[in-house]
Design a protein around this ligand. Structure first.
Ligand SMILES: Nc1ncnc2c1ncn2[C@@H]1O[C@H](COP(=O)(O)OS(=O)(=O)O)[C@@H](OP(=O)(O)O)[C@H]1O
Ligand SMILES: Nc1ncnc2c1ncn2[C@@H]1O[C@H](COP(=O)(O)OP(=O)(O)O)[C@@H](O)[C@H]1O
Length: 197
């Protein structure tokens, strides 16, 4: 526990940085099952925003687990800590004026709400990548569902670990049989329609 600490207020702050970058910093938080398309869509969306001159950063589950969260596994307790750390990192990026995209399963509503509360009003955009389990399992891009069904991986989301679907996401990306590029375009337009990017 950190005690006897104070908060320093700086003159160069979120508002001044955001004004310099000419954008509204926020977090586009993609949540969904493994294989639902979070990484693919976040990557395509970041590319689009970046090409428009936005200052972006993508935090991705697999990548973050190589470093910052390399000591964490997939028990409920570890997933909660994973999302807590990522939320704090996302907040720092928002403070730096950045448009953050995240691609984590983030299976629990309370943890996603934790990040929402950590940020300012309107800064947390929850995007539910609502791809059915059957489709994710059929895609199985990393062969993990197969391993989970064989019992080689325990606590796999959707198989023997819970996924709580968002109750009121800002964007609900329903499944359609179409290319990833088309889905990313659909996501982009939903965000634009709602004035979120
Ligand atoms: N048991 C289990 N359950 C779910 N996922 C597993 C598991 N073991 C490894 N993986 C791989 O880890 C990626 C998910 O990491 P996340 O940090 O997004 O998970 S979580 O938000 O903490 O639940 C996940 O990546 P995605 O497939 O991109 O979602 C998997 O590649
Ligand atoms: N419409 C689509 N949207 C997103 N991904 C799709 C789509 N159609 C097929 N895919 C494929 O599904 C897989 C999704 O994997 P990934 O992006 O790693 O998901 P996640 O990050 O949620 O685990 C990729 O291999 C991607 O090419």
């Amino acid at each position: 526990m950190s005690t006897d600490i104070v908060w320093h207020k700086y003159e160069v702050n979120k508002q001044t940085r955001a004004a310099r970058l000419g954008q509204q910093p926020r977090v586009l938080w993609l949540t969904g099952l493994s294989g639902s398309g979070k990484s693919t869509l976040a990557n395509l969306l970041e590319k689009k925003l970046f090409e428009q001159g936005k200052h972006t950063y993508l935090l991705d589950g697999d990548n973050v687990r190589h470093g910052l969260c390399g000591d964490l596994g997939f028990s409920d307790k570890d997933r909660i800590e994973n999302i807590r750390r990522i939320s704090e990192v996302a907040k720092l990026f928002v403070d730096a004026g950045t448009m953050v995209l995240t691609a984590f399963i983030s299976p629990f509503q309370t943890d996603r709400d934790f990040c929402r509360k950590l940020l300012g009003d309107g800064e947390f955009i929850e995007v539910f990548v609502d791809t059915p389990l059957e489709v994710c399992e059929q895609r199985d891009p990393k062969g993990l569902y197969k391993k989970a069904r064989n019992g080689e991986i325990k606590h796999f989301t959707g198989i023997d670990s819970t996924y709580e679907a968002p109750s009121a996401p800002e964007v609900h990306l329903t499944y359609r049989e179409e290319s990833a590029e088309d889905t990313a375009e659909r996501l982009y337009h939903l965000l634009v329609e709602k004035g979120l990017v």
